[in-house]
Each structure stands twice: as structure tokens, then as C-alpha cells.
Design a protein around this ligand. Structure first.
Ligand code: NAD
Length: 366
């Protein structure tokens, strides 16, 4: 790491249990008076919507409250129409990566500031990227847009909002956070900040994730996990990702596999695929997971890490095979072709020269 180049994004981050109540005050500080909220239906049923309404008061003038997974292009058009009609001056994404992705799509297209309030561990709140699924293509395809203006100006982390996140979503979006750290550690564009954030992020995630899965109401575990996912998002924000992330986007956009589930199925296979090129960078992850790392060949260590990750995923009862996530075996060659053209896949630290390499990984994961 003798040379590096990265963009650091100007943001205000508020991290404290109960901080949702500060949203109105923070918006006032920025001078935002006409806010639009993007959320999904869960936020209405679990009471989070009422809390943000009371914090924002009259500043909240518009809402798109039924965001679907993977940010559908048709929904982006509907949300944009509301935003234009109400002449908003900032847009809030409240929820998982999909609600935050919707806010980013609206905010970026109207050149407005974005506020992110995450309630899962997906990490989108920290990044200058969003993906939209183009539903008119056959098969549908998720297309990502990347621009520094997409990075939210204000991020509010309130661990109390995660207390009702189900064990399944805790587990799958937690593995997504772990995957950010792993791909940041071996990214071709890794830098001192991304590596420091990823190493510390992994330690918090490994400490807290299973505790959150077992006892979702533990505010202490939830706070540590949210800290891990913040660091994971921070590491993700300043580097290019690789095979794992590109493949998960294809599985989400084209095969409609929920993002966290795609992450849980693919992560150990992607680590194993890359091991001969990336093993030394993964030693801190292996160490955090209790694998002895001294005086052992790094590729052997990484295989032990892969086994630990399989074990963690199985203890949290997540699907481990693509067939269990609704992917047909006959679709694998087509998914491999699409993934081969994916820019993120092409940024993988170990070169991928033909779709057959991806297809054979998918067959093992099927
Ligand atoms: P999601 O946003 O689709 O949400 C999944 C489910 O979680 C929803 O049904 C939602 O109702 C529920 N949920 C969210 N918070 C909850 C809470 N606190 N309590 C109860 N239920 C809750 O899933 P996700 O995994 O958070 O995000 C995935 C999406 O984000 C994908 O589209 C992915 O591509 C994108 N993403 C983008 C980035 C980026 O940097 N741009 C990073 C990670 C993920």
C-alpha cells in the first residue's frame, strides 16, 4: 500500500441510541424545511414512522411509503413525481438498503441532499452509489449509478430502530456488512482508511452479530453491530468491490434473490475463489473469527476462515444454496454471462477471464 487514491465524503454522522429524535433539529441546522421521506410498509407497522413524523413535524411534506426490494425503476418514477410536485428540498431514506437506495435515486436525479437513517446492516447510508432494477429488460437487470453527490449528507444511526429487526434479517444483512469488510480488505483500490475501518468493523461484527441474532432486544449488542455496519459501510464507500458484490447484484436484480440472502450464499464461495490472490489480506478476519494465523500458509488459514463463515451462516439458519433461494439450475449459465459483464465483477482482484469461472462457482453454490 505504498500509493493510494481515494475520495473522502463530507458527511455528518450522528451515532446514538434514541438519535432519531434529533432528525428535525439536524434538518433545521442544514436549512432543510421541505422534506420527503422514502420508507417501506414495515416502518408504518412497527411505529418508526410515527417517531420520525414527530421529530420532523411540519418539515415533513411528502412521503413514498411502499418501497419494494431492489429499487424498481417504476417506483423511482412515482417517487420522483411526488418529489417534483411538492418541490422538496431534501429526501430521507429510512429503512434498509432499498429505502435508502430510493432516496438516493430521487435525490440524485433532482440534485438534492440525501439523509439516510438505516434500520438494517446493509451499509448503503455511507456510500456514493445506488442501484435501480430495470424491470422493462428481459431478464430484469440492476444498474448501479455512482457519483460523489449520491453520498448522504447526514446519516443518523439509532440502534433502537433495529430492536425489531427479525433474526433472519439481522443475520442476512449482518453477513452483508461482513462481506463489505472482506471485499474492502482485498480490494484493488484499498487504502489506509478502508483497511482500518474494515479490520475494526469485522471485529465488532464478529463480536455482536450472533448475539443480535439470538437476542434482538439487546441494545448493547445492537449498538455494537450497528457500529460494525457503519465501519463496513465506510470501508465500502471508498473502494471498488469485486466478484462477491457484483454477483450479489446480479442475483438480486435478475433472479430476485433478497440481497442479504445472496450475500450469505455467495460469500464463502467468493472468498475461496479469490484465496490464492488475496489470502494475506484476510488474515485479520481469520484472527477475529478465532482461526490461528501464525506460521501457517495464508491459503490454509483462509480455508479455515471459509469453514467458520459456513458455520456462522448455518448457526443463524440462513439458506446456504442457491436452489433454496429460488434460483433454477438452468438459469446458472445466463446468470454467469450477465455477471461476467458486470463492472464490479471485472474489478475483482483475481482476474476473471471467462464466464465459465463464474458458472462453476454458481454450480458449487447451487
Ligand atoms: P431491504 O432494504 O430490501 O429490506 C429488507 C426488509 O427488511 C424489508 O422487508 C424491510 O421491511 C425490513 N426491515 C428493514 N428494517 C427493519 C427493521 N428495523 N425492523 C423490521 N424490519 C425491517 O434490504 P437490505 O438488505 O437492507 O438492503 C438491500 C438493498 O440495498 C439491495 O437493493 C442492495 O443492492 C442495496 N444495497 C446498496 C448498497 C450501496 O452501497 N448502494 C449497499 C448495500 C445494499
Amino acid at each position: 500500500m505504498d500509493t493510494f487514491h481515494y475520495v473522502s465524503y463530507a458527511q455528518e454522522i450522528i451515532f446514538a441510541p434514541g438519535s432519531l429524535a434529533q432528525a428535525g433539529e439536524a434538518a433545521e441546522r442544514f436549512g432543510w424545511r421541505k422534506l420527503m421521506l422514502c420508507a417501506n410498509r414495515t416502518m408504518q407497522s412497527n411505529g418508526i414512522l410515527d417517531s420520525i413524523k414527530s421529530s420532523l413535524g411540519e418539515r415533513l411534506i411528502a412521503m413514498f411509503g411502499r418501497v419494494q426490494p431492489h429499487v424498481q425503476d417504476v417506483q423511482v418514477q412515482e417517487a420522483l413525481a411526488i418529489a417534483k410536485e411538492k418541490n422538496i428540498d431534501a429526501v430521507i431514506g429510512l429503512g434498509g438498503g432499498s429505502s435508502i437506495g430510493m432516496a438516493k435515486a430521487v435525490g440524485f436525479q433532482l440534485q438534492l441532499p440525501i439523509i439516510a437513517i438505516p434500520t438494517t446492516y446493509a451499509g448503503s447510508e455511507m456510500t456514493p452509489v445506488y442501484g435501480v432494477t430495470h424491470t422493462d429488460e428481459n431478464p430484469p437487470r440492476k444498474v448501479t449509478v455512482s457519483d460523489p453527490k449520491i453520498a448522504p449528507k447526514l446519516v443518523i444511526y439509532d440502534a433502537e430502530l433495529t430492536l425489531d429487526l427479525s433474526p433472519a434479517l439481522t443475520a442476512s444483512t449482518g453477513i452483508n456488512a461482513l462481506a463489505h469488510c472482506i471485499e474492502a480488505l482485498y480490494s484493488k483500490t484499498r487504502n489506509p482508511l478502508s483497511t482500518a475501518a474494515a479490520v475494526t468493523g469485522v471485529q465488532h461484527i464478529i463480536n455482536a452479530l450472533f448475539n443480535c441474532y439470538q437476542d434482538g432486544k439487546s441494545l448493547e449488542a445492537r449498538t455494537e453491530m450497528l457500529l460494525g455496519s457503519h465501519l463496513a459501510g465506510l470501508s465500502l464507500a471508498s473502494v471498488s468491490m469485486g466478484l462477491h458484490h457484483g454477483l450479489c447484484h446480479v442475483l438480486g436484480g435478475t433472479a430476485n434473490v433478497p440481497h442479504g440472502i445472496a450475500n450469505s450464499i455467495i460469500l464463502p464461495h467468493a472468498i475461496r475463489f479469490n484465496a490464492d490472490a488475496t489470502a494475506p489480506q484476510l488474515l485479520p478476519v481469520a484472527e477475529a473469527m478465532g482461526v490461528p494465523v501464525k506460521r501457517i500458509d495464508p491459503t490454509v488459514v483462509v480455508e479455515a476462515l471459509v469453514q467458520k463463515i459456513f458455520h456462522l451462516i448455518s448457526r443463524m439458519n440462513l439458506p446456504q444454496r442457491l436452489r433454496d433461494a429460488g434460483v433454477a439450475e438452468s438459469d446458472l449459465p445466463r446468470l454467469a454471462q450477465i455477471a461476467f459483464q458486470n463492472r464490479t465483477v471485472q474489478n475483482n482482484p483475481k482476474p476473471i477471464t471467462e464466464p465459465a469461472q463464474i458458472e462453476s462457482l454458481l454450480r458449487v453454490a447451487w
